[in-house]
Design a protein around this ligand. Structure first.
Ligand code: NDP
Ligand code: 8X3
Length: 256
């Protein structure tokens, strides 16, 4: 059955792949992010390729007022959100705790934790009224295992883990599912953002092994969202086969 899917961070990477996957199955979408041009282009392409209805809402998840306004101003049809994919997020910098930029920490906290909470808080009341819904949060293996110079990013994803568990308990009586997706290395714009536009350093992250693609993750998310009403996957931890956890990789020797 056709559903309405609300995706944060649909302008790139995993969010973009989710938009494509859910639209290809005939679902209607609300796609969001800060880069309006990319969202408008995506909307046009999905509507013409899959004959679905797509609404674009351009806002920064860090801005509580903008989040509430965008959700309050959704056309009536799009207010009946079945699935919320809380995907917008980022890492900024990879520095020792003692050297890290405060502004980077603040942006990660405001986006990954507060942004996810603002969007969820604005959407959940309508799900409660309809006694159904599914919230899918993008965590990370970094939320389970810290690594050197991962400090605040790991802390924000650990918070997403805690919030997901907490939402699952609080929403239990309202028949709302909560799923946490915890990927390892996925080759998206993630590292380019983390290293502030330094393409060479970003590319090194994915060298000498086969990383996950955004489509690998959107396929898994689609699977979680396609199960019967009585089945809830609480968490999926997904890594490339060449990655055991945040630290151990099996990399080909590039010198060979
Ligand atoms: P990308 O950088 O490719 O995509 C991130 C998306 O988040 C973009 O669409 C961006 O849109 C949006 N976004 C970022 N900040 C904001 C903001 N303040 N307001 C609204 N939208 C925002 O990275 P990924 O697709 O890889 O990341 C998606 C999620 O997956 C993140 O939560 C990330 O932490 C998580 N993740 C990624 C992994 C990886 O290795 N790639 C591994 C584990 C988890 P715009 O710039 O247009 O606002
Ligand atoms: C992104 C994966 O290991 O770079 O969440 O933190 S990692």
């Amino acid at each position: 059955m056709k559903k309405i899917i609300f995706i944060t961070g649909a302008s790139s990477g995993i969010g973009l792949a989710c938009a494509e996957k859910f639209a290809s199955a005939g679902n209607d979408l609300v796609i969001t992010g800060r880069r309006l041009g990319r969202l408008q282009q995506l909307q046009k392409s999905l509507e013409s390729k899959y004959k679905i209805q797509c609404h674009t809402a351009c806002f920064d998840v860090q801005d509580k007022v903008a989040v509430n306004l965008a959700i309050a101003q959704l056309p009536d049809y799009f207010k009946a959100i079945d699935i919320l994919i809380n995907n917008a997020g980022l890492a900024l910098g990879r520095d020792y705790f003692q050297d890290a930029e405060m502004a980077d920490w603040e942006t990660m906290i405001d986006t990954n934790i507060k942004g996810l909470a603002y969007v969820s808080r604005a959407i959940i009341p309508a799900m409660i009224k309809r006694r159904s819904g599914h919230i899918i949060n993008l965590g990370s293996i970094a939320g389970h295992e810290v690594y050197e110079k991962g400090n605040m990013y790991c802390a924000t994803k650990s918070a997403v883990d805690a919030l997901s568990k907490s939402m699952r308990i609080d929403l239990l009586k309202h028949h709302i599912k909560v799923t946490l997706i915890s990927p390892g290395a996925v080759n998206t714009e993630f590292s380019l953002v983390r290293f502030k536009g330094d393409q060479q350093t970003a590319d090194k992250v994915y060298e000498n092994f086969i990383p996950l693609t955004a489509t690998d993750i959107s396929d898994a998310i689609f699977y979680c969202a396609s199960l019967p009403a009585h089945v809830c996957i609480n968490e999926l931890v997904i890594t490339p086969t060449a990655q055991a956890n945040t630290i151990y990789f099996s990399k080909e020797d590039s010198a060979k």
